[in-house]
Design a protein around this ligand. Structure first.
Ligand SMILES: *Cc1c(COP(=O)(O)O)cnc(C)c1O
Length: 383
């Protein structure tokens, strides 16, 4: 069987399945004309809350705003410290700084790429030594795999910190039976098109069980509204989920549980085929990743050649993330727990993500696997 061009994330394959339903839903919303906070937004929020297993789901403009809204609702700002990993997308720490607080960077666990709970006490002590008030920890469900929530929750409870789960990549993953999205003082999601549950533009959501915090998010996201948006009782932002995006997401959420299962099959095939040529992802017992990325690690000095070999075979790859945040120009002056983050620094040179989506067929995946094995075995023989 011949295979066509390979997409890193194939949204066209999903369209073949539910495209007609999405198009109908979009057109219906266009005709209804309630473009801002139309009935689709409320409906989606109820469905998201039910799916996650949490009381409040609040749509917003994107996954970055979702974290910002959580920080604002918690009153986190100048003089406060927020502990987060450095090996993540910039948004995680960006909003902390934007809120006026100080991100404290912590290393990750090599096997899972998620924040290292052993390093939290050091980060807390560092924050205090700098005269900052520690307020929250933001773990990230990197590549779709839940962070080590039992230990992180025990730590945040003990030290009276908020837990804001950045589930932009992990919304819907399972942590010992709990859905990412339902864990934490707040959890946040992104519906950016390339995320496992993506819309046709920007979108995001904030999740909480706390009625008071939910009300605060709903105020901050509409210009700090009081009784209505012309009654402004705090400084807020404009961050709502569009009706059209909600209409798309209602259709996508309907197939999402099935897509999560399909992603497991793809990930397991990769694992079996690549475990003896690269470091493949490790999912601890009791966790289900939603595989936002399928990331392997190859020796740093061979990565560029691996990517070139894959490209020559028509296989797209991506590097998430080439540079941890504490090495980025905008973030290099923020405090680092322990002074250095050796795991983050090293793995940033080794990680490479392969095409991953629910509709990756076996023939295409076999081609990707063969290309990867050939490159990695070839280079190890040459070494
Ligand atoms: C994508 C992402 C975000 C931000 O989501 P946007 O919708 O793009 O604003 C935040 N954190 C992580 C870890 C992400 O991957």
């Amino acid at each position: 069987m011949s295979i066509g061009p390979i997409d890193f994330i194939d949204l066209k394959a999903q369209r073949r399945r539910i495209g007609q339903r999405m198009d109908d839903a979009i057109l219906a919303a266009v005709h209804e004309g309630a473009y801002i906070l139309g009935p689709q937004v409320k409906k989606l929020e109820a469905q998201l809350a039910e799916f996650a297993g949490i009381k409040h789901a609040i749509g917003c403009a994107n996954g970055t705003d979702a974290i910002l809204l959580a920080l604002k609702a918690l009153g986190i700002g100048a003089g406060d410290a927020v502990i987060c990993p450095s090996f993540t997308f910039a948004a995680t720490a960006e909003v902390v700084a934007l809120a006026g607080a100080t991100p404290i960077f912590v290393d990750v666990v090599e096997a899972t790429y998620n924040i290292d709970p052993d390093k939290l006490p050091e980060a807390l002590a560092l924050a205090k030594s700098l005269g900052l008030k520690p307020r929250a920890v933001i773990p990230v469900d990197l590549f779709g795999q839940p962070a080590e929530y039992d230990r992180i929750e025990a730590f945040t409870k003990e030290h009276d910190l908020a837990l804001i789960a950045d589930s932009a990549q992990g919304f819907g993953a399972l942590y010992h039976g709990r859905r990412a999205g339902s864990i934490g003082t707040f959890a946040t999601a992104s519906f950016f098109p390339a995320k496992p549950l993506g819309c046709y533009g920007d979108g995001g959501a904030v999740f909480t069980n706390d009625d008071r915090l939910a009300d605060l998010v709903r105020s901050f996201q509409v210009h700090g509204k009081g009784s209505d948006k012309y009654d402004n009782i705090r400084i807020g932002v404009n961050s709502r989920l569009d009706t059209l995006q909600a209409a798309v997401l209602i259709e996508k959420l309907a197939v999402y549980p099935d897509e999560i299962e399909k992603r497991q099959v793809v990930a397991e095939r990769y694992n079996r085929a690549l475990a003896n040529v690269a470091v493949v992802p490790h999912v601890p017992e009791g966790l289900v990743s939603i595989w936002a990325q399928y990331t392997i690690r190859v020796p740093a000095e061979r990565r560029a050649k691996f990517i070139a070999d894959m490209k020559a075979k028509g296989v797209p790859t991506a590097i998430y993330y080439p540079k941890p945040l504490h090495q980025q120009t905008a973030y290099k002056d923020y405090p680092i727990a322990g002074g250095t983050l050796p795991v983050s620094d090293r793995i940033a040179g080794e990680v490479v993500a392969l095409p991953m989506h629910a509709y990756l067929d076996e023939a295409t995946q076999d081609h990707i696997i063969a290309a990867a094995r050939e490159s990695l075995l070839g280079s190890s023989l040459a070494a």
